[in-house]
Design a protein around this ligand. Structure first.
Ligand SMILES: Cc1ncc(COP(=O)(O)O)c(C=O)c1O
Length: 434
């Protein structure tokens, strides 16, 4: 039934989330005069601060490194900011490798974790001196034949039934990634015979997980393997990579993940499982994307039409093609109406785009302040796996990306796609193509 009204005050958590935005309605109105909605905007100052805090949290660990998962927010401006903060890049494809190269990352600042990998991507990774992380035992021979064996090599471990995974990534047993436990031991044995000099060990078991214990447990699992590989295969692991997957607080009542707790627990286990056994120094690395940029990006759209059907709808000028993870995973992303931060909840709305798909909804049956045409809405947690997953179904063109600089100025870091762009790759038809 439409027109249904509820009136309740915003909760303190809703108010806190909405008033924590790094911009006001007035600022976005000014920005929108030059860069019309819809757009993504990223808060450079907050990304830098978060990156620094993250490195500081793990500063006890010898040569700790986070390889930023380029797939989370594949824009060279962002990668360059993170390089500046001391991060490397986790790349999974030719485009991501090339982006890392063009922002000036090289050698072991890049880790290449790919699956079902073609030869030319291994070739580029090897040429750049990136750490190659093999996803399968058969890739060892493939790599050797195609590009030769590098002196540093890592394997991705899939513990299968030994670990549970989580809802987004699924059960390790059902995942296509990595080597089984048996294959892992064989892999290192064969790599040793092929005269690899430096070995890494990688895994990635959970995604968007907010329970710190998962990551501490992953570190324990890898520390144990480091000991076993030393014992049984005579391979000394030089670095481990705990993967990415550290979650972010999507709902107002969510607390941020306590990365200090992860670090403290990993440090304790490092002492007892690595140092005490003479297996140090062991470099600890991660490849977090979402945790680094997720909360500091926002999708901004303007309200077009308010319609009353069996439900109340707010139609905005962006579609879920720009933020597909909401439709893919039924993910909760908080929505703030600019200028109405912390206002009473008076209505229940579905906020929609223009797709011919009924899952084109940024929020569904959400209690929100009353919304009017021309209002600006902000969809939170748009800084990772957001535009990265965007598509152009229904001819909805990719939105632009803006960077909010620490001095308050705005830099456009990707323009929107135009109809000319869209038509330019059609060939052999008059009026299309370049
Ligand atoms: C191998 C690998 N590493 C890192 C990441 C980044 O994950 P997150 O952005 O959740 O940290 C992903 C995500 O898909 C991944 O597949």
């Amino acid at each position: 039934m439409s027109g249904e009204r509820i009136v309740r005050p915003a909760t303190p958590e809703e108010t806190a989330k909405e008033t924590s935005l790094p911009f006001s309605r007035e600022q976005i109105e000014t920005i929108a005069q030059e860069y019309p909605t819809p757009f993504y905007i990223y808060d450079e100052g907050a990304i830098r601060q978060n990156a620094r805090n993250f490195l500081e949290t793990f500063s006890w660990a010898p040569e700790f490194r986070n390889f930023f998962a380029v797939k989370a927010l594949p824009n060279p401006h962002i990668l360059s900011i993170l390089k500046d903060e001391g991060f490397g890049a986790d790349c999974s494809s030719m485009v991501e490798l090339e982006m890392a190269r063009r922002v000036g990352l090289s050698g072991e600042e890049i880790m290449f974790t790919s699956n079902n990998t073609p030869a030319d991507q291994f070739a580029l990774a090897k040429k750049l001196g990136a750490i190659i992380n093999l996803d399968d035992i058969t890739h060892l021979d493939f790599l050797e034949k195609q590009v030769g064996i590098p002196s540093t090599l890592s394997f991705r471990y899939n513990p299968g039934p030994l670990r549970e995974g989580n809802a987004i990534i699924g059960k390790p047993e059902e995942a296509k990634y990595g080597l089984t436990r048996t294959q892992l031991f064989e892999g290192y044995m064969r790599a040793k015979e092929k005269e690899v000099q430096r070995f890494g060990l990688h895994t990635m078991i959970v995604s968007n997980e907010r329970n710190p214990e998962y990551f501490a447990e992953t570190a324990r699992m890898l520390f144990e393997l480091v000991g076993e590989l030393d014992d049984k295969v005579g391979v000394r692991i030089a670095f481990i990579n705990l993967g990415g997957g550290v979650g972010v607080p999507h709902r107002p009542e969510h607390e941020p993940v306590d990365v200090k707790q992860i670090s403290t627990q990993v440090q304790k286990d490092y002492q007892t499982m690595i140092v005490a056994k003479g297996l140090d120094p062991l470099q600890i690395t991660m490849e977090c994307g979402r945790y680094i940029t997720g909360p500091y990006g926002y999708f901004i759209a303007r309200v077009r039409h308010i319609t009353e059907k069996y439900r109340d709808y707010v139609g905005v000028d962006g579609s879920i093609t720009s933020l597909p993870r909401i439709a893919m995973y039924g993910a909760y992303h908080h929505l703030t109406v600019l200028g109405k931060e912390g206002a009473s909840r008076e209505m229940v709305y579905d906020v929609t785009g223009s797709l011919c798909e009924n899952n084109d909804k940024f929020v569904t049956q959400r209690e929100l302040p009353k919304i009017d045409p021309n209002d600006l809405v902000v969809v939170h947690e748009g800084g990772a796996h957001a535009i990265a997953m965007a598509n152009e179904y229904n001819g909805q063109l990719l939105p632009k990306e803006l960077l909010l600089k620490p001095d308050g100025s705005v830099l456009q870091i990707r323009r929107e796609r135009t109809m000319d762009d869209y038509f330019s790759i059609i060939v052999n038809f008059p009026g299309f193509g370049k």
